[in-house]
Design a protein around this ligand. Sequence first.
Ligand SMILES: [Zn+2]
Length: 235
Amino acid sequence: MTDNKLTLDTPKSVLVFEAHSDDMVIGMGGLVKLLANQGVKVVVCTATRGETAHAAGEEKNIVETRKIEGTRADKFLGVKEHFFLSHGCQDLTNDRATFQEFVGIIRREKPDWIFTHGSNEWHRDHRAASQIVEEAWWKATEENVLVELGKPHKAKAVIFYEVLPQFDGKPDVCIDVSSCWDAKMEAIKCFQSQVATMGGFYNLVEGKGLYRGYLIGAKHAEAFMYSRFIPRDRF
Ligand SMILES: [Zn+2]
């Protein structure tokens, strides 16, 4: 097991769950570009409308604006498909209907790997997404359960990316994404609506990339942790 490479078999497809349009780019835009460059199909699912994060006077168009920004950013990273759910911002809830919705998405998309938020994120929607995805990952595998939501599918891993704050403790892996950093920052700049609400978030992304890079002797890196919800069958 090396400490700067994901050791699972190279996936054919990955599914990224994000709470809000921009989380994927902040947390793992570099890895998405790396994977897309290797021919991996990357699908993104945005769970909420993101309607609470807007500058004064911008609330009327914010939902549509955030969709457009996310779709524009995808083009810099090679994202293949991106679909948007309609949960309320600050209101993503681990209830029965949402849980089953996520099980259905996993069974439909059949990803080899699934990415989502870490469980200790500050934002309540990030924490909710983390919980729902972990449990849906497991339940999607079961025969004769929720058969109306499609055939069972077992993704090999759920992997957490970090938005804010950094992971508690040490990440499992930091990936060198230096070669894709420019593309990530071009994608980040698509989210103009968030500059007003998140101040210097470009600096946050740059600083985090440099710090994670330092840990593995690279210019820029992104940090990840494996979910232990289902045990892995190898190191
Ligand atoms: Zn978010």
